[in-house]
Design a protein around this ligand. Structure first.
Ligand code: NAP
Length: 286
């Protein structure tokens, strides 16, 4: 039977370490600050926002939400973003995406200041991710995958990793992060031939496909580590991942549950990025 590796202990350790760091910064008169920009009131944005507020407040960060109307014009949105870019109390900016259609993400991604862009919207941070430059900010969810693997001491160097999904939100970034840790990475997608066979060569599987329980037992090499990023609602209305958890459990060495896996680590990574951004901007690196 595989070990079920949960996100909570990972999130708690990151948060406890950060709380200590933030206390140290506060003694020097600095409070790391996050501004969340939300356009409209989408349910999943609100749910993530609640989690992020709770986590950041627990760690001692200053967080504020800039709520903008759904029908905001591009010009006014950019003015608001430029104002937040200039705000000395804001070290990190999280911008919920996708933005409504009248806002051109292709333009706006160049406006957010890269050093405050804690969730990899700016092309500067995308380039740093691809280059393996650790001064940047990879997106929070793929970073949460890496935090899980680190916490549970999963060896990556030289190992075969297969990532299912190639979005800019999860699949591609996680592939680059695994590559930075010297894994040998295969990225699978909807045009991959012999998908199960391809995946079953991997020592580590990261599933980010957005299809309920698609990764079946025959996708998994015996003893593999399986990280499930998926958040889906199945035909019975239940929350589930991209992996057939029950079917794979006795075949894996480790597997993350959904819910309670990667998703619970994401807001701690967000907070970690805000503290890193604050240190970079204030020059307090120790
Ligand atoms: P996405 O943009 O829809 O990308 C899905 C990827 O899966 C695409 O690359 C697509 O391939 C591939 N795919 C789709 N159907 C496939 C099939 N039948 N066979 C092989 N590949 C297939 O999704 P995403 O934004 O990356 O999100 C992936 C999952 O992660 C979702 O369940 C989402 O809810 C979850 N998620 C979780 C968190 C978290 O905090 N835990 C955060 C973000 C996302 P093509 O490129 O060829 O179309």
């Amino acid at each position: 039977m595989g070990e079920i590796i949960k996100g909570k202990p990972v999130a708690e350790q990151i948060s406890a370490d950060l709380a200590r760091e933030v206390q140290g910064l506060k003694l020097r008169g600095i409070v790391p600050g996050l501004t969340i920009i939300r356009v409209g009131a989408r349910g999943d944005d609100l749910a993530y926002e609640r989690g992020a507020l709770k986590r950041c407040e627990q760690i001692g960060l200053a967080v504020r939400v800039c709520e903008l109307p759904e029908n905001i014009s591009q010009e006014i949105f950019i003015k608001a973003l430029e104002g937040i870019n200039q705000d000395p109390g804001t070290h990190g900016i999280l911008l919920f995406r996708p933005l409504p259609g009248q806002l051109d993400e292709g333009v706006i991604k160049h406006v957010i200041r890269p050093e405050k862009d804690v969730d990899c919207f700016s092309p500067v941070n995308v380039a740093k991710l691809v280059e393996g430059d650790p001064s940047g900010f990879p997106p929070c969810t793929p970073t949460a995958v890496m935090e899980m693997l680190k916490f549970y001491k999963v060896p990556l160097k030289g190992r075969r990793a297969a990532v299912l999904g190639r979005s800019m939100v999860v699949g591609k970034p996680v592939a680059f992060l695994l590559l930075s840790e010297d894994a040998t990475v295969t990225i699978c997608h909807s045009r991959t031939l012999d998908l199960a066979q391809e995946m079953a060569r991997a020592d580590i599987i990261v599933a980010a496909v957005g299809r309920a329980r698609m990764v079946k037992r025959d996708f998994v090499k015996p003893g593999a580590v399986v990280v499930d990023v998926g958040i889906n609602v199945d035909e019975r209305g239940e929350l589930c991942g991209d992996v057939d958890f029950e079917g794979c459990l006795d075949r894996v060495s480790m597997i993350t549950p959904v819910p309670g896996g990667v998703g619970s680590v994401t807001t701690s990574v967000l907070a970690k990025h805000v503290v890193k951004a604050c240190r970079q901007q204030t020059g307090i690196l120790e």
